[in-house]
Design a protein around this ligand. Sequence first.
Ligand code: NDP
Length: 475
Amino acid sequence: EKAEIGLIGLAVMGSNLALNIAEKGNKIAVFNRTPEKTDEFYESAGDLKKQIIPCKTIEEFVDAIRPPRPIVIMIKAGEPVDQQMELLRPHLSKGDIMIDAGNANFRDTVARFDRLKNTDLTFIGMGVSGGEEGARHGPSIMVGGTEESWKRVEKVLTSIAARYNDEPCVAWLGNDGAGHFVKTIHNGIEYADMQMIAEIYGILRDGLGKSASEISGIFGEWNKGRLNSYLIEISEKVLAATDPVSGGPMVDMILDKAGQKGTGKWSAIEAQNMGIPATAIEAAVAARSLSSMKSQREAAEKIFGTQAVSFPIAYGPELNKDLELALFAAKIGAYAQGFAVMAEASREFNWSLPMPTIARIWRAGCIIRSQFLDEITSAFTKAPDAANLIVTPAFSDMVKESIPALRRVVGAAIAAGLPVPALTSALTYFDAYRQGRGTANLIQAQRDFFGAHGFDRLDGKDFHHGPWGSGASTF
Ligand code: NDP
């Protein structure tokens, strides 16, 4: 019996995904560049061995799969994927589908898709979220490619995806790079969500003198309410853990330099490319970069001292509720920005990205999974043409309720000299977004002064340059 699907790349993600596929009753052929890894993987597969065909050569591997063959490539992103595709290609036949399931830049995905366009092979770019655990027991899967190729893999992918209320967290989102684009924005939102939680942690730790275990308790309480989410849940657990070396809280022993692999940065870059503000995501990416400049920060602290003003609000039930609500308001801002970026990309790249479906497949399996995404699904289902999440009827009420808390918290943090860049960005995004008359009239006047760029008038009259006098650029 031939395998339903093939998979190349038996490192952490690939081997877990392969076990998941096998466990759901699908026969799978596997291959890895270094053949010893294939042996190791097969030997560790236990009862699932009967569903797995381990292959040592590409010929053997391709031959083991039922045509048209879906072949998942789950290897190191970038150049290796192109190399692997080139090695695989001569062995494939009509209708076979190469599926890149790694963290590709969607622009690479579009290029790979286009390269196969006029051949009898096709390409799927598939975003997989949820890390190792997700890959093994149910990831959130974002698929981009032709509808026909999706039909070939729909059954297998549906069987392995995470489920929320029994609905599978997998969907076909559009052509070529749609899946990897959506995965990128998922990661951008993830950066913002994590940064905002870290900023609230900073207020509690540095502004209010709370210990790691106290903050863990606070997050634990919040996880029962509107902030209920995987990221709050793991923050609670992380803050409760004890360092086996020092015996103190683990988190207090961890160097405060955040790593990044690029997907957050790509979201910010693509947002800028399209002219869509994603300030909370940008702030989160910048905060990780600033975090990595540890020695510069220490040197600056010697010059400027630690923050001098104490947090202006005393800790109690009221401030606790404000912090919770502030985090919620900021989170709405970050998600609204992420979805706005996807809406624009959908127009620009002709994808017809289905917003409610995206929120639906993020409800489980992925890192940003939460009950909140269920509310986004329903908001976009009821208001599919909304210009922005925050103006949907469901969310505008939540925004009205929570923004005052965000304003109090950000105001207090700034007064105390505590850095809250992502929370602040979400707040000022809202303040600028809901301001019917902004201040760009002055920008336009300045541009006209030095560059004779001209401006439109509020009264629609046909005078497009100002009477600036001497020193102004002439037109
Ligand atoms: P790695 O990114 O560490 O890649 C290792 C795998 O790639 C090995 O199987 C290796 O084969 C193979 N490989 C490397 N170079 C080549 C090449 N030139 N040709 C063929 N195979 C090659 O593996 P991960 O499992 O961590 O991640 C796989 C993908 O999934 C990446 O794109 C990653 O970004 C993405 N991802 C990872 C997540 C995670 O939590 N780790 C989460 C979500 C996505 P060999 O054994 O021969 O060296």
